[in-house]
Design a protein around this ligand. Structure first.
Ligand code: GAL
Length: 395
């Protein structure tokens, strides 16, 4: 299908889905065609799912390969923009150098030192995939799996897709057969809601997170250094030279890590002689969230089921404001410094250095090895839940 046909099809879908659309509803939205994702991977069918909300036409496309967000079209001051990185086919995702464009990562998001932890007196050795440590659940983690998917309309009439994965006992070294579901829902107030539930048949550790690279310019080619960032956190976790937390929680006060008032990402990212930024080659750290409730704000409507405001990002040139709410204790902010401009994404756009930011709501990295960090242990009979919301507005 040509791009124009896809555009026309998208416009038709949007026109059908809401008779009382605002005039610019659907403007510029380009959907990826189903055939670009129709493939059997590891004996399971991959597909793409399209969700459009009932009010503005905000549209998400997701694939069950890695329970992954592929596109997210949100309103800006100039039509709709796709604010997430990704590729335009399943083949491109399978061949991508960076495996973490848009998926749910796990079992354990971020790093576990030496891929080891002790639970109930028993030491477990996980697979290792970075400097002898485990990153994002290992080379065969959640992001590489084909999940079962079910698209549905929730009780409030919102479009949703539920992805489910069974992770076998011993997978990537983790104990327990784990069943995890992730539900993506688009709500009327331009909210992308991500809900997780998981159970296990033996004690294990778990820390799944959504690893999406956002760019509020609407293209992966433009630097995100101009984004104004607020993170509601008084402290962050210090790391060693391999980005593994030392266990020390440090105040942000007086450092380039202080985003308690909106500051351009690029303003201090290259601060010389500041060790945490030298180690991360930029921002690649876990902020300890304050559990900040903005009671005076209308956004407070989104504070459901214990999620609190974690961060806000604003790009002046498009007017897009993204606010992150979560019930998780930490937020990993990674500024995309590992990209080299060699990967070509959707619409032929280059994945440039520092042009996609990950804001990963999660437990702290390496928590299984630090008693002063929140517990990541999940036991039989318990249900893990996570509730994270990315909302979009135009300023
Ligand atoms: C982030 C991590 C970065 C990098 C990235 C994936 O969560 O903090 O160091 O590994 O994922 O490329």
């Amino acid at each position: 299908m040509t791009r124009n046909l896809i555009k026309a099809a998208a416009a038709a879908v949007l026109a059908l889905s809401c008779a009382a659309c605002t005039e610019n509803k659907g403007t510029g939205i380009e959907l990826l065609p189903e055939e670009a994702f129709a493939k059997t991977v590891d004996g399971k069918n991959v597909a793409i799912y399209t969700l459009t909300n009932s009010t503005t036409g905000m549209t998400a496309q997701l694939t069950n390969y890695g329970a992954r967000l592929v596109q997210l079209w949100v309103p800006s001051t100039d039509g709709f923009k796709d604010v997430v990185w990704g590729y335009d086919s399943i083949d491109a995702y399978l061949n991508a150098g960076d495996k973490y464009s848009g998926p749910v990562v796990g079992r354990y998001g971020n790093r576990i030192k030496d891929g080891k932890f002790t639970l109930d007196g028993k030491e477990y050795q996980l697979t290792v995939n970075e400097n002898g440590n485990q990153l994002h659940g290992g080379a065969g983690g959640f992001s590489t799996k084909v999940w079962d998917a079910e698209q549905f309309t929730d009780a409030d009439g919102n479009p949703a897709v539920k992805m489910t994965l069974v992770s076998e006992d011993g997978e990537e070294g983790y104990p327990g057969k784990l069943t995890i579901s992730v539900t993506y829902t688009l709500k009327p107030a331009n909210e992308l809601v991500i809900d997780y539930t998981a159970t296990t048949d033996a004690p294990t550790v778990l820390n799944p997170t959504s690893h999406v690279y956002y760019n509020l310019h609407g293209t992966s080619s433009k630097s995100t250094d101009s984004h104004l960032m607020t993170i509601y956190a008084d402290s962050f976790t210090l790391t060693d030279s391999e980005l593994i937390p030392t266990g020390e929680i440090a105040p942000v006060e007086g450092t380039p890590m202080d985003f308690r008032t909106a500051t351009a990402i690029g303003a201090r990212i290259d601060t010389p002689d500041y060790e945490p930024l030298a180690i991360g080659k930029g921002y690649d750290h876990n902020w300890v969230l304050n559990k900040h409730f903005l009671v005076q704000s209308k956004q407070n409507d989104a504070l459901k089921d214990g999620a609190y405001m974690a961060a806000q990002v604003y790009e002046p040139s498009t007017g897009i404001v993204m606010t992150v709410y979560t019930d998780q204790p930490g937020l990993q902010f990674y500024a995309g410094q590992g990209m080299d401009g060699k990967e070509i994404g959707k619409r032929g756009e280059i994945h440039n250095v520092r042009s996609g930011i990950a804001l990963e709501a999660q437990n702290f990295p390496d928590a299984p090895n630090h008693e002063n960090f929140p517990s990541s242990v999940l036991r039989p009979g318990e249900t893990y839940t996570q509730h994270t919301i990315y909302t979009f507005a135009v300023k």
